[in-house]
Write a protein that binds this ligand. Structure first.
Ligand code: PSZ
Length: 488
């Protein structure tokens, strides 16, 4: 494994020297540069080819991943974009970071990548120590169990299963053996083997597209339509008025209104024997429009879960790994004890979830699939987490986030009928437009002016830069946004 030897201060895109004498420089463009129409002719041609063999209408641009560097995405037409969307928020330390380019030079690392084991059957000797050193070392406080998974949705699926196993074990009075009736009825998808338990989620949330996860997803109909779903309940999520400091009383009432509904739903379902076994919540609802809730909301929600015997599941797939300025976004909430289950993916490069030994199933094979993760992803994540520490990227996110947010507030004053409700933590920021039409126009014009950014909710634009996004990038982004708003 390579060790990063020295990183120059204030240089997040340095020439990094490795112990084997390899030296690589990441050359970012100075500014975005757009040379063709967007999408350009090569992207258009490739789109026609791809769309003839699959439904590819979601594709925006084809990337030239050999040329992408740091915060810059380069497309096949040679256009260089400042990327504040980073593959739906999943690039932690920029494109082609030297630490990642060197990660498989070591033969042991390469063989760990090539010989992919069924991790819950034939793991390698270094797997337990890797899980501890790479994942548990960065786990939320007091969470000492971890499972790796392939993607966000399957992390949620398996976290829900853990919650159901835990809940049923409690209902059996701690008994871990199954009854003959349970083993027979589960094969018919009927209770008591397949119990009528639920995971409650919130309006506007997104937890993935696999069937269990999809039943909890409540952001957009296009994700759900035509798919059968569990009859699981949904509670309102606070919708705050902005600016927050001028609307404290209203927003506080909003918290209370939503929490009262949560309690009401749990009580109702307990009465009719269809109990809620778990509640899943994003620290900031991302797909659904970057909707925030206060630390007090999350503290009360956790307390309700504890009092009512419901598992408290925090979905950090999009918020985890630093973009809010803390490793885990729920660390902003000062919870008195850790959540029961915390899911991750995206910037963590591997999917998975943290939990405590209380949620460990009594039997093997219950949280399981063929690969159950990928050691190759942990090798990359190891490098990512080293870079985050050594280059102090969390404080970089806080610093850059402040410049970005202050700049957005300035623009909110200057273009008050085009952008509003600036919000978020760290560089995990968003703003609203007056309508979906104006929002889409801004987002498309940003792209033509050399910035890739994302949309969310009904009329929001979200920022999801990599953790190496610096003040200078923030100024370029803000300049281009100002230019774009002027052209509207
Ligand atoms: O349209 C989509 O499928 C999108 S757009 C953004 C996402 C998915 N995010 C994935 C996501 C997430 O943001 C949260 C909070 N939870 C779970 C998921 C699912 O992760 P994947 O996509 O890896 O299955």
């Amino acid at each position: 494994m390579f060790r990063i030897m020295k990183v120059p201060e204030n240089a997040l895109l340095p020439t990094i020297k490795y112990s084997r004498g390899i030296s690589m420089t990441l050359q970012e463009p100075e500014r975005p540069s757009i040379k063709t129409s967007v999408p350009g002719p090569k992207s258009q041609l490739l789109f026609t080819e791809l769309n003839s063999i699959q439904q590819a209408q979601s594709v925006q641009l084809f990337g030239d991943y050999d040329k992408c560097a740091g915060n810059y995405f380069v497309d096949v037409d040679g256009n260089e974009f400042l990327d504040v969307f980073t593959q739906i928020s999943s690039v932690p330390i920029g494109y082609n970071h030297p630490a990642l380019l060197g990660a498989f030079e070591d033969k042991h690392a390469l063989k760990s990548l090539i010989n992919r084991p069924a991790l819950l059957v034939f793991p390698a000797a270094d797997w337990p120590s890797k899980l501890k050193r790479v994942l548990l070392a960065f786990a939320p406080r007091c969470m000492n169990n971890v499972y790796t998974m392939m993607c966000g949705a399957c992390s949620l699926e398996n976290a829900y299963k853990c919650a159901f196993f835990w809940y049923r074990t409690k209902q059996r009075g701690g008994q871990v053996e199954f009854s003959p009736e349970e083993t027979v009825s589960c094969m018919l998808n009927q209770p008591p083997g397949s119990p009528d338990l639920a995971i409650m989620s919130f309006w506007g949330c997104f937890h993935g597209r696999a069937f269990g996860a999809l039943s909890t997803t409540r952001s957009k109909p296009i994700h759900k339509i035509d798919c059968p779903a569990f009859g699981w309940p949904v509670a309102p999520f606070p919708r705050y008025k902005y600016p927050l400091h001028e609307n404290e009383a209203y927003n506080c009432q909003e918290d209370e209104r939503c929490l009262a509904q949560v309690v009401c739903i749990i009580e109702e379902r307990q009465k009719c024997c269809r109990p809620v076994a778990g509640i899943v919540v994003e620290p900031i609802q991302s797909e659904g429009g970057d909707n925030e809730a206060s630390p007090a909301f999350f503290q009360c929600l956790q307390q309700i879960c504890k009092q009512m015997g419901v598992a408290f599941i925090v979905d950090e797939v999009q918020t985890g790994c630093g973009p809010t300025g803390k490793m885990w976004a729920h660390e902003h909430f000062n919870l008195p004890s850790p959540p029961d289950l915390v899911t991750f993916s995206k910037k963590m490069l591997t999917g998975g979830f943290f939990t405590s030994s209380e949620f460990k199933p009594a039997q093997g094979y219950r949280i399981f699939n063929t690969w159950s993760g990928d050691p190759g992803k942990l090798i990359l994540l190891d490098q990512v987490l080293r870079v985050i520490e050594q280059e102090q990227l969390l404080s970089n996110v806080q610093k850059t986030g402040k410049v970005l947010k202050d700049g957005l507030h300035e623009l909110e004053k200057e273009f008050s009928n085009a952008i509003m409700r600036v919000r978020g933590r760290g560089t995990f920021l968003a703003f609203c437009s007056p309508s979906a039409t104006v929002r889409d126009k801004i987002n498309n014009s940003l792209k033509k002016n050399g910035v890739l950014s994302g949309i969310c909710g009904e009329k929001s634009i979200r920022l999801r830069p990599a953790l190496i996004f610096q003040e200078k990038h923030a100024h370029i982004y803000l300049d281009i946004l100002r230019k774009t708003l002027k052209e509207l």
